[in-house]
Design a protein around this ligand. Structure first.
Ligand SMILES: *Cc1c(COP(=O)(O)O)cnc(C)c1O
Length: 839
């Protein structure tokens, strides 16, 4: 679609920007004295306050703006190189970016932490108080959105040119509150204090069509063409956030699109006097980016969700084409200039949209357009759960995106011809692979569209990729084995160690030098210190400090007091039956019963700590939260057991409180049913911070155990193959209960209302589900889990050996840096090279 976004390239710096005035200390000075001046300056001129009346949030905003100034010339210099489109740019398309607070991370990446601390101390403030004022942009549900954020950090740090494209939701993931132990959801008004990190770019916008019909016509050269006559048009406006790399000048862009009404549309109604209709149009247009869908794994299947996906994808693709035009690069070179990665199927409508833009608007012929499309896209799969695979009912799809449905039919026709020529006579295979599913009404299969339209398809852990190739994408793997590869997830050590565990950072810097932060394989040198008494003492002191910090946070939030000397056993992640928080609860209740029956029992005291949100419509997950809180209430109040165990549920798990949680863990709970967790990244954050894992052979746990060494990992449970064959043979959870008196007693205690003041109704559905159905094999893994927890207890009693294992876990966590993962994407999928940006 023709648009007049940038009047000319100079508006966003395509021509040479003036060099920064280095005498301008208030904007650029990197020492505490100039930072202090900059904060006072922004307090007065940008925030509109002065010290006598300003509070910590005012200082937060002033400091954030001062830090953004210090990234500005790096950002503009990096943006200028985008315009050369040489080398190519990675475009990471994701419906979610769970960025976490920006200020602390930017201070780490700019090496400004100490100077900022000194500047604020001079102004009478503690930096940590100021950091706590930031409201995090919760524009994601969990692991998938957080992965996108870690990848942006690594891309900038490794000096790759990259743009993250997504949606600027007005309301992000809901805030969780607990009322009587049940979750309740509060709207996340994250923009209520403004957002000092983003810069609105009202001149960068694209039009987005919805609905209507298509029309066939002959162009001036006599070619058959198609035009889309939409029912509605909205505008997508860019909001940019700088993504500063660590220790480099590269500063990439996160570009999030926000929906606005198109003025010309409401003016029509306004002119005929229908003011309310005009305002209504505006409301309808702007709902598209109102709110993030809070479902983590299962696909929502809502019309507005499809609208959100198309909205951000078309804006992003139009933006790429526009960058080409500005550089006078012919559209035929698109794939040499852009590598587009689809973070799950959420942006996979991009395959059909790029075809539409190239064929209908740029008038390329189909084959040329298809070659460009396939060469540009890569697709990352994140799930094996069949209920999480996105499909759209055909009528809904046709109504919203009529032209795309035609394009998908044509892609499918050509694709199925290819399948037939490879596998003649195999019509069952053709039906399985079609982009249109027939079961239960016709539906568009977005994962199939993503695979067919991409030159590279990857899973997110070795086991996950293997299962992908053998199960849901088996047919595609047989057709195109060369497209498939594994890219095990990673996490950024800047945020999840340097920023959130300053004590450990300092110890590592002192012991290894500071290079480990970008070359985490250097952490291996810790192996040599793992038996050293003095080093172990320092290690233990750091961990203890982190546990004190978390204990006081938990006390402030929940009133629950936890002794930091106890074993901290932590499970934080979205609440999901496949993640099996209820298996953890069965262990807690088992220990509770043992203590009640035998008060003389000696077990090392433990704090069982949970956190995580449940999708608002996922009633079983909400019941699991209630169960955790009910068990916590009973145990914490019982003087016979609460000297040896406590249970706490931290409300509203998010990136900000994750900073306090991961570094405080002794034991990391990664207990999903084998074959269900694609990778996990929480498991990596715990390992990096020296926690030992108790876990199944699922997702990246397999690789974590390989790296850490089997002796430094508590393994239990069925393998993915065993789980699969138990289910196939007709799993009967009752048999496991009948064969285990302790398990039966535990389920009975829960079911009869012991933890719910005699209410035998609340947990009945949960217990009944375990006894009669148990889709995630909780009962089948129970005995092995309990036995493994006993090994944890004996290991904890040898404090020196525990410290040794803890050190070895951090030492061997280098593989799980997102720098390693991003290097693999760049070299093996995107084919892009780093660029040095001058200061
Ligand atoms: C890392 C992270 C996750 C993902 O955790 P998993 O244990 O891999 O499911 C979810 N939410 C937040 C806030 C995180 O930081």
């Amino acid at each position: 679609m023709k648009r007049d976004t940038y009047q000319d390239a100079s508006e966003i710096g395509a021509n040479k920007a003036a060099p920064p005035d280095t005498s301008s200390d208030v904007r650029l000075g990197m020492l505490a004295t100039s930072l202090k001046q900059a904060v006072l300056d922004h307090l007065y001129y940008s925030v509109g306050r002065f010290p006598a009346v300003a509070g910590p949030t005012d200082y937060y905003r002033a400091l954030a703006l001062a830090i953004r100034d210090r990234m500005q010339h790096r950002w503009i210099n990096t943006t200028q190189t985008y315009f050369d489109l040489n080398p190519k740019i990675a475009c990471y398309l994701s419906a979610e970016f769970l960025m976490g607070p920006h200020l602390g991370n930017n201070l780490v990446n700019l090496h400004l932490g100490q100077e900022a601390r000194n500047a604020l101390a001079d102004l009478g403030y503690d930096l940590d108080t100021i950091l706590a004022c930031e409201i995090e942009p919760g524009l994601g549900n969990g692991g998938l959105g957080r992965l996108a954020a870690c990848y942006l950090d690594s891309l900038a740090t490794l000096r790759y040119l990259a743009i993250g494209y997504g949606i600027r939701y007005e309301f992000g993931i809901f805030e969780q509150e607990l009322r009587d132990g049940w979750q309740s959801e509060i709207t996340d008004k994250w923009l209520r204090q403004g957002n000092p990190w983003e810069i609105a770019k009202p001149h960068i916008f694209y039009y987005v069509n919805w609905g209507g019909r298509t029309e066939y016509y002959q162009d001036e050269r006599g070619c058959q063409r198609v035009r889309w006559i939409p029912y509605r048009v909205v505008k997508g406006v860019a909001y940019d956030t700088p993504i500063q790399g660590y220790g480099v000048n590269n500063c990439n862009t996160l570009r999030l699109w926000s929906a606005e009404a198109v003025e010309s549309f409401d003016f029509q109604a306004f002119n005929v006097g229908d003011y309310y209709q005009a305002v209504n149009e505006k409301l309808v247009s702007e709902t598209v980016t109102k709110v993030l869908y809070p479902n983590d794994e299962p696909a929502a299947g809502k019309r507005l969700r499809l609208a959100q996906q198309y909205f951000f994808v078309t804006c992003s693709l139009q933006d790429m084409l526009h960058l080409l035009d500005l550089a006078y690069i012919p559209v035929e070179s698109f794939a040499e200039r852009f590598a587009i990665q689809l973070n799950d199927t959420h942006p996979s409508i991009g395959v059909a949209e790029l075809m539409r833009l190239l064929v209908d608007e740029r008038r390329l012929d189909w084959d040329a357009a298809w070659a460009i499309t396939v060469a540009s896209f890569g697709y990352t799969n994140h799930t094996l759960l069949p209920e999480a695979l996105e499909t759209w009912p055909l009528p809904m799809f046709a109504e919203l995106l009529p032209r795309h449905l035609e394009i998908i039919y044509e892609i499918n026709r050509r694709f199925l011809d290819e399948v037939r020529s490879h596998f003649p006579g195999d019509e069952a295979r053709v039906a399985r692979m079609s982009l249109i599913g027939e079961e239960g009404g016709k539906r568009v299969r977005m994962a199939h569209l993503a695979v067919v339209g991409s030159h590279a398809v990857n899973g997110v852990a070795a086991l996950h990729t293997k299962l992908l190739e053998a199960s849901i994408l088996k047919d595609f793997h047989e057709l195109w084995p060369e497209r498939f590869s594994n890219k095990t997830n990673g996490v950024t050590p800047r945020r999840f160690l340097a920023l959130s565990n300053p004590g450990l950072r300092e110890l590592l810097d002192r012991t290894l030098g500071h290079e480990w932060l970008t070359e985490p394989d250097r952490l291996r040198k810790l192996d040599a210190h793992s038996d050293d008494d003095a080093f172990q003492r320092d290690w233990r002191a750091v961990k203890f400090g982190n546990k004190q910090r978390l204990a006081s946070y938990i006390h402030a939030r929940t009133g629950i007091e936890i002794n930091p000397a106890w074993l901290f056993d932590i499970q934080v992640k979205r609440i999901h039956e496949y993640k099996r928080q209820h298996l953890n609860v069965l262990h807690i209740v088992t220990m509770y019963r043992r203590l009640k029956e035998n008060p003389a029992l000696t077990i090392p005291p433990r704090a069982f700590i949970f956190g995580g949100k449940a999708a608002p419509g996922y009633l079983m997950a909400k019941r699991i939260i209630k169960l955790i809180n009910a068990v916590a209430e009973t145990i914490n109040a019982d003087p016979n057991v609460n000297r040896r165990m406590k249970v706490a549920f931290i409300p509203n798990f998010n990136v900000k409180n994750a900073h306090l949680i991961y570094p405080a863990a002794d034991l990391s709970e990664q207990i999903s049913t084998a074959g269900k967790e694609a990778s996990g990244t929480g498991n990596m954050k715990f390992m990096l911070n020296g926690a030992l894992t108790i876990g199944t052979l699922d997702g990246a746990n397999v690789e974590i155990r390989e790296e850490a060494g089997a002796d430094n990992f508590f393994l239990f449970g069925l393998t993915a193959d065993e789980a699969e064959s138990i289910k196939r043979a007709g799993y009967r959870p009752r048999d496991y209960m009948a064969g285990n008196d302790e398990l039966r007693a535990v389920l009975e205690l829960i079911g009869t209302g012991h933890f719910s003041r005699g209410d035998a109704e609340v947990f009945r559905p949960l217990v009944d589900n375990l006894i009669h159905d148990d889709p995630f094999l909780v009962l089948a893994d129970y005995a092995a889990y309990i036995a493994c927890q006993e090994q944890v207890n004996s290991a904890w009693q040898d404090a020196q050996n525990w410290m040794r294992m803890s050190i070895l876990n951090t030492a061997r966590s280098g593989k799980f840096s997102s720098d390693r993962a991003i290097t693999e994407y760049c070299e093996e999928i995107w084919n892009i090279r780093p660029v040095t940006i001058k200061n």
